[in-house]
Design a protein around this ligand. Structure first.
Ligand SMILES: C[S@@+](CC[C@H](N)C(=O)[O-])C[C@H]1O[C@@H](n2cnc3c(N)ncnc32)[C@H](O)[C@@H]1O
Length: 326
């Protein structure tokens, strides 16, 4: 499976898990794909449903994708913008980053959001108590070299095409609003901030919210899948066995890189919880006893997930045309 990477970066991005998630939902029939926590959108953009409702409480993500949808932002515009702004960044020896950050925090322009996402420290997305983007510069004044501009431009083009092919609605709203809109024949993919992990202005998450999400999903009568963490070297996520005790579980070992160093790899078992029984999932009590008995956990490899042929061909054709234009 070729994974399409979105142009926006964030610490919770599921790029490395997309294939595994896709392989689990492959055989499920649904009318509409719903994400109450779309983040960068990498999961939806690779599942590529015909119809989707994609929501997030972070207004900048939604503004960005709406701008791609309305063609306010195109790959051509991104190329021009990053070339010009990248030159200013280089000339100022990196100081220009802070001018763009200030401008973004007063105007919230989606192109500036892209600039910051791709030139901030470690591609992080963090906001202060007033909702201002507060990540420092990556300290590479030549960040927007030609090769990176081409890469980002291609990412914008690919995601724009995926959005064009689908019937997608983007909404800036709290997950409680999205829960109200779920229909029984939707498939809901929930990827909330991981409980017990980091917190910031658009990304705080409490036990109460985890319970509200669980109740809302159960009451909707729709099929749902939830991403969460199961365990790491030190701890187990006990909520999996309390709040989500009725779900079946599929797991995958995943490594997070801390500070970009190969030596600082933290292994985490990712879990997909669902009210649908996947081919490789096991019941919640089974998983609990495996953990208690310290048995090796279930780590199925994702099946090969095929993306719709029609779409692939169209995209590759467009890609060829694009590379001759650029
Ligand atoms: C783990 S990230 C989702 C990552 C996404 N699946 C991806 O691969 O990029 C969680 C997202 O939930 C959003 N979020 C946090 N609290 C929320 C809330 N109360 N309602 C809706 N979205 C929320 C955050 O802005 C963030 O984008």
């Amino acid at each position: 499976m070729r994974v399409f990477v979105p142009p926006i970066k964030s610490q919770g991005i599921k790029t490395k898990l997309v294939e595994w998630i896709s392989s689990n939902v492959e055989d499920i029939q649904f009318e509409r794909w719903v994400e109450p926590f779309m983040g960068t959108g990498v999961v939806a953009f690779n599942i590529r449903p015909k119809k989707a409702l994609l929501c997030d409480s972070n207004p900048h993500l939604i503004t960005f994708y709406k701008a791609l949808q309305s063609k306010e932002i195109t790959s051509g515009l991104v190329k021009k913008y990053l070339t010009e702004e990248g030159e200013k960044l280089l000339k100022s020896d990196g100081q220009y980053y802070y001018e763009v950050r200030k401008r973004f925090n007063s105007d919230g322009h989606p192109l500036d959001f892209l600039f910051l996402s791709r030139s901030c420290f470690n591609g992080m997305m963090r906001f202060n108590g007033k909702g201002g983007f507060n990540v420092p510069f990556c300290k590479k004044p030549n960040r927007f070299a030609q090769s990176l501009i081409t890469k980002i431009t291609n990412q914008v083009e690919n995601i724009s095409q995926i959005i064009d092919f689908g019937d997608y609605e983007f909404k800036n709203q709290d997950f409680k609003e999205t829960l109200k809109e779920i229909r029984f024949n939707d498939l809901v993919y929930s990827d909330p901030p991981y409980i017990g992990r980091h917190v910031d202005y658009f990304d705080s998450w409490s036990e109460e919210e985890e319970i509200t999400l669980n109740q809302g999903l159960n009451n909707s009568n729709a099929r749902f899948i939830l991403s969460t963490w199961l365990s790491n070297k030190y701890r187990t996520n006990d909520y999996v066995f309390s709040i989500w005790k009725d779900c079946s579980i599929s797991t995958k070992e995943h490594f997070y890189h801390v500070g970009g160093k190969e030596t600082n790899r933290n292994a985490v078992y990712e879990a997909l919880l669902s009210n649908v029984k996947f081919e490789n999932s096991i019941s919640n009590p089974d998983m609990k006893s495996r953990i208690i008995l310290n048995e090796s956990q279930l780590t199925p490899n994702g099946k090969e997930y095929k993306i719709p042929t029609q779409l692939t061909l169209a995209m590759e054709e467009e890609q060829k045309q694009l590379s001759t234009i650029l």
